[in-house]
Design a protein around this ligand. Structure first.
Ligand code: SAM
Ligand code: DTB
Ligand code: SF4
Length: 318
């Protein structure tokens, strides 16, 4: 057996993942950091920028989301953004040293009538010298292939939580539909970006089961975003119980151990996180973030604040 076959596993058992979560904090972080160093340059963090290209009015009822038409969040709806406006934002991101541009749309799935312009957007953003990522909701293989041919590098589609907890958070689609889209994206030859949200009132068991689902996919997602819930007023999760930041760090560490070659992204929720908690996440194996003062609809730390943090930690953004 080669070294790689030994470390890249797709058969993680629930008990094994529970045991990782149960380790003493120092033991867990030591182990995760060791795995991280074997596979990555430890002082380098990839930075992506997000742009919401279609805002609000989404027919899905995801309990965490500001953009669902089922919740009164006061968000103003906007139709698909003009291509030139998207390109202007992408150019600005490129100038600021961002390597990947991620475009999100509040859709259940894109309509065929929008595919032509979406493909143009992908091609033109890519031509600026940026990696491209989109998150548009469910895709079938045909649509995934259209985007891949246009030059899309990554597709984001999160499992969000465990199969058991999923129906507590979303009722308008099921877990299997998420898995089907992930299959279609993988089959089309796109890189997969897939992770979840922590702090939605789920149990440790649910976090274990989410990471198990991700790690036991036939191929690990190249990018694994771990989001801390951003509590949006007007959503069913606005009053979710606060989560211990150290439990979030543990979730990052276990993700790193289970998926040694994936980029683990410290995603939403950094505005409410201390610098020290973020530093622990980087030690535990997070090696990518979103740059820029806005995620899709909610706040993110300002870029100069992140640059200061990186400089204090000796981290190079790339
Ligand atoms: N509509 C598409 C979909 O659901 O796949 C794409 C956009 S959706 C906003 C992308 C992801 O953002 C969600 O899957 C979820 O993981 C994350 N997200 C949305 N609202 C969030 C919040 N309030 N806190 C943390 N993560 C959130
Ligand atoms: C992901 O997992 N997190 C990003 C990206 N993928 C698309 C989105 C976070 C959104 C946070 C809530 C908002 O800004 O609306
Ligand atoms: Fe719609 Fe995506 Fe928000 Fe769910 S997470 S309501 S699918 S925009």
């Amino acid at each position: 057996m080669t070294r790689l076959e030994q470390v890249i596993r797709h058969d993680w058992r629930t008990e094994e993942i529970e045991q990782l979560f149960d380790l003493a904090f120092n033991d867990l972080l030591y182990r995760a950091h060791g795995v991280h160093r074997q596979h990555f340059e430890p002082n380098s963090v990839q930075v992506s920028q997000l742009l919401n290209i279609k805002t609000g009015g989404c027919p899905e009822d995801c309990g965490y989301c500001s953009q669902s038409a089922h919740h009164q969040t006061g968000l103003e709806k906007q139709k698909l953004m003009d291509k030139q406006e998207i390109l202007a934002q992408a150019r600005q991101a490129k100038e600021q040293g961002v390597s990947r541009f991620c475009m999100g749309a509040a859709w259940r799935s894109p309509h065929q009538r929008d595919m032509a312009v979406l493909c143009e957007i992908v091609a033109e953003v890519k031509a600026l010298g940026l990696e491209t990522c989109m998150t548009l909701g469910m895709l079938d293989q045909d649509k995934a292939k259209q985007l891949q041919r246009a030059g899309l590098d990554y597709y984001n589609h999160n499992l969000d939580t465990s199969p058991e907890y999923y129906s507590k958070v979303v009722s308008t689609r099921d877990y299997q539909q998420r898995l089907d889209t992930l299959d279609a994206v993988r089959e089309a030859g796109l890189h997969v970006c897939c992770g979840g949200i922590i702090g939605m009132g789920e149990s440790r068991d649910d976090r274990v089961r989410l990471l198990q689902q991700l790690a036991n996919l036939p191929v690990h997602p190249e990018s694994v975003p771990i989001n801390m819930l951003v509590k949006v007023e007007g959503t069913p999760l606005q009053n979710a119980a606060p989560l211990d930041p150290l439990e979030f760090v543990r979730t990052i560490a276990v993700s790193r151990i289970l998926m040694p070659e994936s980029m683990v992204r410290l995603s939403a929720g950094r505005t409410e996180m201390s610098d020290e908690a973020q530093a622990l996440c980087f030690f535990a194996g997070a090696n990518s973030i979103f740059y820029g003062d806005r995620l899709l609809t909610t706040e993110n730390p300002a870029m100069d604040q992140d640059q200061q943090l990186f400089s204090r930690l000796g981290i190079q953004p790339r």
